[in-house]
Design a protein around this ligand. Structure first.
Ligand code: SF4
Length: 222
């Protein structure tokens, strides 16, 4: 049996278990339209989603369109997003991204990976988040630290590079679940499969998880 086939079969078993465990798994950034999600995702770099949600609560009331972000003085936007960290770079990216939306896309967020990653401050991961969660377009799988760690533990990839991890996952996860998969793993990473001391004894995935069995064996030795 090929490696890909084995991964597909493992995911076919794991996915329903995770969906049952985390029925409400979804994007944890608050947004009401694609522009809001794009801004929130840029702000979420090196910042918790909780903090971003606090900041965007007021930000989205003040800035309603791409033109609003493009025309605000840099210092003012920096002040508005300061508490998310790296605020100078983020303000620069948001203003440049918004200007490009006004100049080339009629103020609207485009719906393709190529157009999105052409925008300032928008990388592959951000584009994946926006396409999947704002437009329901599955073009890739978001790989963050939880997704990378847990996919490796579950034996779904042997890679460290997020681009290669994404490729392995795209071969094995059914396309209609590409957006959901990272939300499930992020919740699992917070609840049970934590970076340190994962709660394998309580994890319903244990029997399908090569790393879990090793963790438990090692703990018995201690
Ligand atoms: S068994 Fe342990 S390592 Fe495997 S998914 Fe569950 S918590 Fe993570």
């Amino acid at each position: 049996m090929t490696v890909i086939r084995r991964r597909q079969e493992r995911i076919a078993v794991i996915l329903p278990i995770l969906r049952k465990l985390y029925p409400d798994a979804k994007c944890s950034l608050n947004f009401k339209n694609p522009l809001q999600l794009l801004v929130a995702t840029i702000l979420s770099a090196q910042c918790t989603d909780e903090r971003v949600n606090k900041v965007t609560e007021g930000l989205f009331k003040k800035y309603r369109s791409a033109g609003d972000y493009a025309s605000v003085p840099r210092e003012e936007l920096e002040k508005d997003i300061q508490s998310t960290g790296f605020f100078r770079n983020k303000a620069k990216s948001i203003r440049a991204m918004a200007q490009a939306l006004v100049d080339h896309h009629g103020g609207q967020v485009p719906r393709t990976m190529e157009e999105l990653t052409d925008l300032a401050g928008v990388g592959h991961k951000t584009a994946n988040v926006v396409l999947g969660n704002a437009f329901d377009i599955n073009v890739g799988i978001v790989v963050d630290t939880h997704v990378a760690r847990i996919s490796g533990r579950l034996g779904l990839t042997r890679r460290d590079d997020p681009v290669k991890i994404e490729r392995d996952l795209m071969e094995a996860v059914p396309k209609e679940h590409w957006t959901l998969w990272p939300h499930l793993l992020i919740q699992h990473g917070r609840a049970l499969c934590t970076a340190r001391n994962p709660k394998c004894e309580r994890c319903p995935l244990l029997q399908y998880c090569p790393a879990g069995k090793v963790f438990i064996k090692e703990r018995k030795k201690d």
